[in-house]
Design a binder for this molecule. Structure first.
Ligand SMILES: NC(=O)c1ccc[n+]([C@@H]2O[C@H](COP(=O)([O-])OP(=O)(O)OC[C@H]3O[C@@H](n4cnc5c(N)ncnc54)[C@H](OP(=O)(O)O)[C@@H]3O)[C@@H](O)[C@H]2O)c1
Length: 346
């Protein structure tokens, strides 16, 4: 059955239809009545793109059919209903929609296909919601300028720690604060690997479990080499600290040098090894680093285990604020995209 538009209909296009956007589609199927009742919104997916091409249908695509089609191993562009398009960029350029949602793989070389799609949406005055960090890491200021010039908006709360509202709290709730330091565990794949290796499990099986759950990056070297964590730190630096920052400003070391011997040694001393991101104020600037660090097992960061991610804001007037999330699959990331969609259309 097709979704039925109302006057509060918001037309979405989804770039990428992997783990995150499939969870997003399932949330929409489940929550449509609640979204209508509580927020007076009907979210209508009118277009979807994957690596094989794209499909567009003005009246809205049937999400259950779309999910079944994709799970059967097909590209969205062969869906029997709708107009097939060559690629996601064609959809972003020529589809009629209100919001573009981006969840294609991270590409730190040129940001594509995400960067082109997001630029295209913003240039047409359409707002964008991102789970993909690459466009922000590569082009944060220019994308915000483009959005502003075209009365569009950019939201990206899903890019940092999935459902944990790190960007929201940092941007909105720390009014007037000077943030002396941020410390965080931002990557659940590496946190799980380190937690499992500390109990004797091997690296490969822990990584395989993260991939099975859809939590690892499409290219898992981004997780284990620390780049996913560094990307999140760059986004926080720009959005929360107001520090014009790129990856080149971050010292990055992944977890490949951490062996079971070191993990056991740390454990014997009441400590745990974590991949920690740090932004530390030094005068007017910040120093940024991502590296494996020993932390006391009974500290806040020491208690961020397995699939959890967490952050500590060290501030002046709000003192110290810590929060963590336990994310066992990409549902909460997809929910964060939903949160941004509703916020942008209020
Ligand atoms: N998974 C998480 O828990 C999580 C959490 C936060 C943020 N994110 C971010 O969300 C994004 C998506 O993650 P994911 O786990 O959903 O990845 P995924 O399962 O690998 O899905 C990626 C999707 O992008 C599509 N794609 C690949 N190349 C494309 C192209 N050139 N044009 C259009 N679509 C293309 C893929 O197409 P095919 O289906 O044809 O392969 C697939 O549908 C990533 O940027 C990731 O960093 C993920």
């Amino acid at each position: 059955m097709l979704q039925s538009p109302t006057k509060n209909v918001v037309r979405l296009i989804l770039i990428g239809f992997g783990s995150v956007h499939q969870h997003f589609a399932r949330i929409l199927l489940d929550k449509a009545p609640l979204l209508r009742r509580r927020y007076a919104r009907d979210l209508l997916v009118v277009g979807v793109g994957d690596s094989g091409g794209a499909v567009y249908q003005t009246e809205g695509l049937d999400l259950a059919t779309l999910l079944a089609h994709k799970q059967a191993g097909n590209s969205v562009c062969t869906l029997p209903h709708g107009v097939a398009m060559a690629d996601a960029l064609s959809l972003a350029r020529s589809g009629d929609y209100d919001l573009l949602l981006e969840a294609s793989p991270v590409n730190l070389n040129d940001g594509e296909p995400a960067l082109g799609c997001v630029r295209s949406a913003l240039a047409r005055g359409r707002s964008a919601v991102l789970a993909n960090k690459a466009p922000l890491v590569l082009d944060y200021e220019a994308l915000h300028d483009l959005a502003q010039r075209n009365q569009a908006k950019l939201a990206f709360s899903a890019t940092v720690c999935g459902g944990l509202p790190v960007v929201n709290v940092g941007e909105r709730d720390l009014v007037g604060a000077t943030i002396h330091k941020i410390e965080g565990i931002f990557n659940s794949t590496t946190n799980y690997i380190l937690s499992r290796m500390a109990t004797g499990e091997d690296y490969e099986s822990a990584l395989a479990e993260a991939q099975r759950r859809g939590l690892a990056e499409t290219d898992p070297s981004l997780d284990v080499d620390g780049w996913d964590t560094a990307n999140k730190l760059v986004i926080i630096a720009n959005a929360v600290l107001g520090a014009s920052t790129t990856l080149a400003d971050v010292t990055v070391e992944g977890i490949s040098g951490v062996g079971s011997k070191q993990l056991a040694g740390a454990k014997a001393n009441g400590r745990r090894i974590k991949l920690v991101a740090t932004a530390e104020q030094q005068g007017e600037r910040y120093r940024f680093a991502v590296r494996p660090r020993q932390v006391p097992a009974d500290s806040f960061l020491g208690g961020v285990v397995d699939w959890q991610m967490g952050i500590v804001f060290h501030t002046d007037i709000y003192e110290e604020i810590s929060m963590k999330v336990d994310e066992r699959d990409p549902t909460a990331t997809a929910a964060a995209m939903l949160r941004d969609v509703i916020t942008l259309t209020r």
